[in-house]
Write a protein of this length. Structure first.
Length: 134
């Protein structure tokens, strides 16, 4: 068995010994569907701009070009309109951040940085910081 302080980082086998009708039996199980790979995410290179219907305000946005996790699947994608350091990202985005809608990150001209956080169902994550001021 694995202690709480240890993490498993590769496939492994478990051998279970049990008695049935007084006879000792052993059964092996291979654990091979491990997800220890962080999801990936790509932001558009260009910052796009759209005007309000009255033309008085401009809004900027980035698109999520690609997001993948081929093992456990993506659990959540969030972003924040500020710089969140990668070492703080997990704690910060547990209860904060804006849930991504329609693969678009919208922001205004006062925004200097965007942080995007993507987490898979196994708890692996990727955090991307992007400067957006022009």
């Amino acid at each position: 068995l694995v202690n709480e302080d240890e993490s498993i980082k590769a496939n492994y086998s478990i051998v279970v010994t049990y008695k049935k009708d007084g006879v000792e039996n052993k059964q092996s199980y291979l654990i091979s569907n491990f997800d220890n790979v962080a999801p990936t995410l790509t932001l558009s290179e260009d910052i796009s701009t759209v005007s309000s219907t009255d033309g008085k305000e401009n809004y900027k946005y980035l698109k999520i070009e690609n997001k993948t996790d081929n093992l456990s699947g993506i659990k959540v994608i969030k972003y924040e309109k500020e710089n969140i350091e990668a070492y703080d990202a997990v704690n910060y985005f547990k209860s904060n951040g804006i849930v991504l809608q329609d693969n678009i990150i919208e922001f205004d001209e006062n925004t200097k940085n965007i942080t995007v956080y993507v987490e898979d169902n196994a708890g692996n994550y990727t955090c991307i910081n992007r400067t957006v001021e022009e």
